[in-house]
Design a protein around this ligand. Structure first.
Ligand SMILES: Cc1cc2nc3c(=O)[nH]c(=O)nc-3n(C[C@H](O)[C@H](O)[C@H](O)COP(=O)(O)O)c2cc1C
Length: 484
């Protein structure tokens, strides 16, 4: 490649399954890259509850490569305070987005010592990615994608991996995946939705296409999409043959998604014991079958929120107030519809990060109030079996857990339910496993206003977009300064 001199690879650089087993420790449960949401504090919480590998939010390589932007660098990956990428934050894959191999390499070189691999985002479907010419909008430029991956493959001391969306046909999806592998990607994460499947059109992920990819390449494959309940994990692994599942939405609404209900000890050893036994776990199955498969851990969400805030406060690395607010809205969502005063307070709370641990007091007060009210409600329900407490949402046929428990959030699929290969969405609703009957929110609500209202779930301005747009604006401003 012009301008780049390939360096000698250190002998110990492992690839493919050697890397997956020996460096990453054969993870099966993976936290997805999520802008403003898979930050250090959230990764810490998720690892406590069974996540075995985590990705950073995507980092704009062009912005990071510019060494003068120290503020941008520290906000996106703080190497100064020593927590991000430390042994407690491993295994960790740093995700980059961009279209310039040189800038991508410059950024990756800055971060390679702080992570186990560098991932390239080839899946972002947002307009900002189209304008910025990255993410899924590189899907049509295979030579460029090859060059991006190959440049990192040849020049980094850690492996390069890639996360991508499927094409409309299996054949093209497989061909693309094979090209990514040839270019040097050592793990492929396949999101089973196409570039067009976003927002209201997100629909279901196609596990059959993921299976075809898995069968066509030799490197490990992570399956992404349609994993909302613990029971979906085994179904997804069986259907796709993938080596691991990656979750975004499911993890955000229930960071204990990867924990089986009756087997807390099998999760990370420092999993906090949930406060109220009566309100934490679901039966593995019931004679009615309605609860069958809901075998995961669903801790009280206010407990999770409190634990998350404690982590935020205990870390030296600052967590952005917008990330924290976004997490609190998602975690406590099952109860915010009824506790409208708390919802309003959360929406209006203004955090000044420079005030240190004290800054979080407004959030702590809201979470504590929520915890007290949820304990009150759980107490009223004492003596009832969990089956009695679960309701079925009529439009989706999905079980709704008691409102004090963390649980997935989904909105009904547009009807009639589209038929898609690889899922049983074409089957009669009552025969379809829960998580296939509704679509997850592909990108999140706006963390400030739309979440406060909770009636604007498909905001045009999700954090991903807002942050990327802010990056673009800063970039343009910098250009103007240079040219004036
Ligand atoms: C809040 C949020 C932020 C996201 N940010 C990123 C990102 O930075 N990079 C990326 O590759 N995908 C991003 N995604 C997409 C997810 O990684 C994942 O591919 C998608 O949500 C489908 O997985 P799910 O069905 O488990 O939600 C984001 C998704 C959400 C919900």
């Amino acid at each position: 490649m012009p301008g780049l001199v390939a360096t000698q690879q250190p002998a110990e650089k492992l690839g493919g399954y050697d890397f997956y087993h020996k460096v990453l420790g054969s993870p099966k449960y993976v936290v997805a890259p999520m802008v403003d949401q898979s930050e250090l504090a959230w990764r810490t919480l998720s690892r406590r509850y069974g996540a075995q590998l985590a990705y950073t939010p995507m980092i704009n390589a062009k912005m990071f490569a510019d060494g003068s932007r120290t503020n941008f660098r520290e906000k996106n990956f703080n190497t100064v305070l020593g927590e991000e990428g430390s042994p407690q934050d491993r295994p960790l894959i740093v995700q980059l987005c961009g279209n310039d191999p040189q800038k991508m390499l410059t950024t990756a070189k800055c971060l390679e010592a702080h992570c186990d691999a560098i991932d390239i985002n080839l899946g972002c479907p947002q307009d900002v990615a189209r304008r910025g010419h990255y993410g899924s909008y590189l899907q049509d430029e295979w030579d460029l994608v090859h060059e991006l991956i190959n440049t990192l493959h040849r020049n980094l001391s850690v492996p390069v991996t890639a996360k991508f969306r499927v094409f409309s046909t299996v054949e093209k999806t497989v061909e693309y995946a094979q090209m990514l592998e040839r270019a040097g990607a050592q793990i492929l994460t396949c999101h089973g939705r196409t570039r067009e499947q976003r927002g209201q059109k997100a629909g279901l992920a196609d596990w059959e296409k993921i299976r075809a990819v898995k069968e066509a390449v030799k490197v490990p494959v992570f399956a992404n999409g349609n994993v909302l309940f613990y029971s979906d994990i085994a179904r997804c692994l069986a259907a796709t043959g993938a080596d691991a599942v990656m979750s975004a939405e499911g993890n955000l609404y229930n960071p204990a998604l990867f924990c089986p209900a009756p087997a807390l000890p099998s999760c990370s050893s420092d999993v906090a014991a949930p406060a109220s036994d009566a309100a934490t776990t679901l039966p593995v199955s019931t004679s009615e079958g309605i609860l069958q498969g809901l075998s995961g851990l669903h801790p009280p969400h206010a407990e999770l929120a409190r634990e998350y805030l404690d982590i935020v406060k205990s870390q030296k690395t600052p967590t952005s107030p917008s990330a924290v607010k976004g997490h609190l809205f998602k975690l406590m969502r099952p109860a915010l519809g009824r506790e409208t005063d708390l919802r309003e307070r959360l929406g209006k709370a203004h955090i000044v990060a420079s005030e240190g641990a004290k800054a979080w007091i407004p959030y702590e007060e809201i979470v504590e109030e929520m915890r007290v009210r949820m304990e009150r409600d759980a107490k009223v329900a004492e003596g009832k079996s969990l089956e009695e407490l679960i309701t079925i949402e009529p439009s989706t046929g999905l079980p709704v857990l008691p409102h004090w428990l963390a649980q997935p959030y989904f909105r009904p699929l547009p009807s009639p339910t589209p038929t898609q290969k690889g899922t049983s969405a074409s089957a009669k609703t009552e025969l379809v496993p829960p998580a296939e009957r509704a679509e997850p929110v592909e990108f999140p609500e706006d963390t400030e206003s739309a979440q406060a209202a909770l009636d604007c779930p498909q905001s045009d301005s999700p954090p991903c977009k807002r942050i990327a747009e802010a990056d673009e604006l800063a970039d343009e401003a910098a250009k103007r300064v240079k040219t004036t």
